[in-house]
Design a protein around this ligand. Sequence first.
Ligand code: HEC
Length: 91
Amino acid sequence: MRGNVLLLSCAIFVLAGPASGAGDPVKGAKLHSNCMGCHGTELYVPPRAKVKTLAALRKETQNWNDRMNPKFVKQEIEDIVAYLNVSFYKF
Ligand code: HEC
């Protein structure tokens, strides 16, 4: 009986957890500190910001990732995109 309850709470935890592939802005904020060698966050807000859509933001982040060493993996890019969107762009 106890085992069933434990199993059920695990299942609920899995279902309630973040969908895989979705970015985590808290992790993204930490990862993004590595991007600050060339520019600060002033680029992400008006009047400087040129990126106008979430798709463009993802593409921009991927493009700049080519300059990073080591490069971020796909999930880390999603985390950074989530952080930039939540904190600055708000698409
Ligand atoms: C080699 C230097 C360099 C690095 C490293 C770099 N960037 Fe940039 N980034 C730039 C420059 C230069 C621009 C363009 C500035 C402009 O258009 O006025 C830019 C523009 C951007 C923009 C577009 C801002 C806008 O709305 O116009 C985003 C988003 C961005 N960078 C994110 C990142 C992220 C995320 C990383 C880390 C993965 C990163 N950058 C690393 C140099 C860099």
